[in-house]
Write a new protein. Sequence first.
Length: 130
Amino acid sequence: MMSSAAVLATNKQTVLDFYEVGLNQRDFEAARKLIGPTYTQHNPRIADGIEGFRSFLDELRESFPNLRAEVKRIVAQDDYVVAHVHGIRIPGQPGTAIVDFFRLQNGKIVEHWDVMQPIPDESANRNGMF
């Protein structure tokens, strides 16, 4: 049995791999290996389940072939992994600040929530969103 620190590290790596193969490479088959037997989706724009995720990747592949998701921070606690992500759909655009919440079970992603905020051209401070 893995220690809890090892489980947290493994869960974080699973999520990082999911971003790389799922979102950056849009490789459904590779991403599917990181998803559990069920996949509950809380983003209202994406259908529930693994087929909803497949449709989402198909849409990204078609509409945003150069999309990149860059994880800036990642934190794990219990069965949850939270990532602070800079999503850029079209190179050269400011993109979106995203916070993704994943719940894992037996090392596989089984649930997802997110909050997204477009990055404005101007800011009232110089702190940046990341």
